[in-house]
Design a binder for this molecule. Structure first.
Ligand SMILES: Cc1cc2nc3c(=O)[nH]c(=O)nc-3n(C[C@H](O)[C@H](O)[C@H](O)COP(=O)(O)O)c2cc1C
Ligand code: SF4
Ligand code: SF4
Length: 268
């Protein structure tokens, strides 16, 4: 079955790839002729300059950082404009909690002129998960992807029963109003184990804030680092490590207290 929309705009931020996998799985299940993908880690100037029209469906996916939309992602999203494009929101969290992130994502997108028709929270492997300290390790898994298909079915049902432009009731969404404050964070970033580094440059390529420069050595601008762990997860020699008292404490706490599997939820 094809939806009434000839195109889908897939807009996401995804430093370690879990949000990307989830929004793509939802889009795949919303049969349509074309999907335009915009990764907010890249230059997407065209997206900021143009108005997203009401005749295309938009899916916006963002990971949860400290119970909120990551600050730099909120700033990017606020640059979008829409003429009422029906929009599906997706927040992806690492099995602790999503707190105010979905509500905040809703409010940001409404402010840009989108019409939110559905919103969901899904679980992705925690950015700080390791084999030794697993936190939602390897998620989204097969069951999560099945849930993406179920969410897509409900969106399709809403579209095909003519409720497409019925906006989601904000009071249905969990979250504090006002949202909890962004905590102050110390100036820290992953470090490089020089003896293990082959200067391949992958860490610099995947860093969403351009915090890393690789020439004769790997230099990290700690002020630009958002602690996303993309460099740690993608380093082919495990030379990038984020290990210090603070992070070790988080990892210990998360892997001990948030072992129980959380499941996706959605609001349509
Ligand atoms: C700085 C930071 C803060 C995070 N805060 C939370 C949180 O508050 N709750 C939670 O469950 N997961 C949290 N996570 C985990 C991410 O939401 C999760 O790993 C998500 O799948 C990452 O998405 P991505 O793979 O698209 O980058 C945090 C991750 C980072 C890097
Ligand atoms: S990805 Fe790893 S090996 Fe490659 S330059 Fe960065 S730290 Fe060195
Ligand atoms: S340097 Fe910081 S912002 Fe850049 S990829 Fe690594 S953890 Fe993410």
């Amino acid at each position: 079955m094809e939806t009434i929309f000839s195109s889908i705009n897939l807009i996401y931020f995804s430093a370690t790839g879990t949000t990307r996998n989830i929004v793509k799985a939802i889009a795949r299940n919303l049969a349509t002729r074309s999907i335009s993908e915009y990764n907010l880690s890249n230059e997407v100037n065209d997206l900021y300059l143009n108005t997203i029209p009401a005749d295309s469906l938009t899916i916006i996916g963002v990971p949860v950082y400290r119970g909120r939309v990551p600050l730099m992602v909120a700033e990017k999203l606020q640059k979008l404009h829409s003429d009422g494009s029906p929009t599906v929101l997706v927040s992806v969290y690492g099995n602790r909690h999503f707190d105010d992130a979905l509500l905040e994502l809703h409010d940001i997108t409404i402010g840009c002129g989108f019409k939110v028709i559905a919103a969901g929270v899904f679980i992705g492997e925690h950015s700080y998960s390791t084999d030794e300290h697993p936190i939602a390790h390897k998620r989204p898994d097969k069951e999560d992807l099945n849930q993406c298909a179920r969410f897509a079915e409900e969106i399709k049902a809403k579209i095909t029963t003519g409720q497409t432009f019925e906006t989601l009731d904000r009071t249905k969404l969990p979250g504090n109003d006002p949202y909890k404050e962004h905590p102050a964070i110390p100036l820290l970033s992953p470090e490089t184990i020089v003896d293990d580094c082959i200067l391949c440059g992958i860490c610099a390529e995947v860093c969403p804030t351009d915090a890393i420069t690789v020439n004769k050595e790997v230099i990290t601008d700690k002020g630009a680092c958002i602690w996303c762990c993309a460099c740690v997860k993608r380093c082919p020699t495990q030379a990038r490590v984020f290990k210090n008292e603070l992070i070790d404490g988080f990892v210990e706490m998360l892997s001990t207290h948030y072992k129980e599997r959380k499941e996706p939820e959605w609001f349509v």
